[in-house]
Design a protein around this ligand. Structure first.
Ligand SMILES: Nc1ncnc2c1ncn2[C@@H]1O[C@H](COP(=O)(O)OP(=O)(O)OP(=O)(O)O)[C@@H](O)[C@H]1O
Length: 247
């Protein structure tokens, strides 16, 4: 990153750091906001490029002398959190973002990071209840199934193969990815971005509840017993958001 700081276009090997550097310098000299649009087909490298851009802008506008958790650390640690809940393995990409995002990094008048906001769009909700081989559901489900023993017992989880929302595909593990370590890393990242212990508990309780939801069997007068939750919704014309997305 040091080599790209204030380097002119073409002076260094092509890299997204050059784009970020030019945008940052223009923002300082012109006193105007700048946007960088990262686009491309699935697997092109948008997520990794965005992380590189965020790292470089945090390097330029960070406050290395500050103690405790700085805004740039929070900006960077937002990535593992978003990826745990919004990324999944697809046929084209083991870590495909199933949503779009707008990352806003605010700078003060001397170019130091003063705030940040991330907005997400159009999460692929249907994936929660329907996946196909060789894809996976959202990473968070597998991370929670690989959590430490006491968490597994608390949420009554276990082998991902025992949950319908995960066993529609034969893919449970990703090459080179350790879900147990990633669970701990996600919890640490959630701490850094300022999600309290109680909020984290509530979030993972909902994640576990979704896995258990499919196992609910509904018994109604005049309706055969042992129907799945989804069949029940269909029978009574109750349209759940994920069912709606799939139609
Ligand atoms: N700069 C990079 N350095 C190393 N590997 C990279 C880089 N960019 C992309 N990759 C590789 O390509 C894979 C896909 O990249 P990425 O997830 O960024 O794509 P994407 O365009 O965001 O895809 P999607 O639209 O599916 O989310 C990464 O998991 C990584 O293996």
């Amino acid at each position: 990153m040091k080599r790209y700081k204030e380097a002119k276009m073409g002076e260094q090997a092509p890299h997204v750091f050059t784009i970020a550097d030019i945008a940052y310098r223009a923002m300082i000299t012109e006193g105007k906001s700048n946007s960088i649009l990262v686009s491309g087909e699935s697997g092109a490298g948008k997520t990794e490029t965005t992380k590189n851009l965020m790292c470089y802008l945090a390097y330029l506008g960070g406050n290395s002398a500050a103690e405790g958790q700085t805004i740039e650390q929070q900006v960077l640690e937002s990535n593992p959190v978003l990826e745990a809940f919004g990324n999944a393995k697809t046929a084209r990409n083991n870590n495909s973002s199933r949503f779009g995002k707008f990352v806003e990094i605010q700078f003060d008048n001397v170019g130091r990071i003063s705030g940040a906001a991330i907005r997400t769009y159009l999460l692929e909700r249907s994936r929660v209840c329907q996946i196909s081989d060789p894809e996976r559901n959202y990473h968070c489900f597998y991370l929670l199934c690989a959590a430490p023993k006491e968490e597994i017992e608390k949420y009554k989880l276990g082998d991902p193969k025992s949950f319908h929302y995960l066993n529609q595909s034969n893919c449970y593990q990703l090459v080179g990815v350790n879900d147990a370590n990633n669970y701990l890393a996600t919890r640490r990242a959630m701490d850094v971005v300022g999600i309290s212990e109680e909020e984290q508990e509530a979030i993972f309780r909902v994640v576990a509840a979704i896995l258990h939801l499919e196992a609910i069997r509904i018994k109604c007068a005049g309706y055969p017993a042992h129907k799945t939750f989804e069949e029940f919704l269909n029978r009574y014309n109750i349209i759940a958001p994920e069912v709606l997305t799939r139609r």
